[in-house]
Unconditional design. Structure first.
Length: 209
């Protein structure tokens, strides 16, 4: 049986079809999105082959990613790739990286122009089914609080979780969101760049060979 390829909202199937085909036409949040400032339609964005070895569990696509259809195709993605120690070609290789956000579509903006939270219904309906397609994951990278809480439970602050990274390594690395708004925090906590990131990059290289 051919592997089923799912790249950034463009769905290419082998012989078997199922959860990814259903996800590609999901309209659960149509009414929710139409009520946002952006008034956009659902556009699920996900990447990965069943043979992928590293899972990137992010938050939700931003507006730029919504338009490009490519996961982490923004400045946050540039920083995340730097954190991981990989280039774009490696990051967008679906045999290496599965990119499965907590919500597959851009949630929209509120009236103040701020990002809305990932709709919880997305994870309830889809997450277990989508993750079940990836049976070769050796490293899970959790990006931001929503991914932390879903995958690790016992809710706590992002920074407290990141500070306990050794409790989860080497199979899981909880990270803050790579937004440039977190630069000030990183400057005050040099241990993140000096200790956590070298360990993360080393683990990534072990997994991808």
């Amino acid at each position: 049986m051919k592997e089923r390829l799912v790249i950034a909202g463009r769905f290419l199937f082998g012989l078997a079809m199922g959860v990814f085909e259903e996800l590609s036409v999901c309209e659960i949040c149509t009414e929710r999105f139409s009520a946002t400032v952006t008034r956009h339609r659902p556009r699920p964005i996900v990447q990965g082959l069943p043979s992928a070895r590293i899972l990137i569990a992010g938050q939700a696509p931003g507006l730029r990613v919504y338009h490009s259809g490519v996961a982490f195709d923004d400045r946050s993605g540039d920083r995340l790739r730097c954190w991981l120690g990989v280039n774009r070609a490696q990051f967008y290789d679906p045999a290496l990286f599965a990119i499965v956000p907590m919500a597959f579509c851009f949630p929209g903006y509120d009236v103040k122009g701020s990002d809305l939270a990932p709709p919880a219904i997305c994870a309830r309906v889809w997450r277990q089914r989508v993750l079940a397609q990836f049976e070769n994951i050796q490293l899970t990278v959790l990006v931001g609080k929503y991914a932390h809480d879903w995958h690790l439970g016992h809710k706590m602050s992002v920074w407290s979780r990141v500070a306990e990274w050794e409790s989860y390594a080497p199979s899981v690395f909880p990270l803050p969101h790579p937004s440039w708004r977190n630069t000030a925090w990183m400057r005050k906590h040099e241990w993140f760049e000096n200790t956590v990131l070298p360990e993360l990059r080393g683990r990534v290289q072990e997994v991808i060979g």
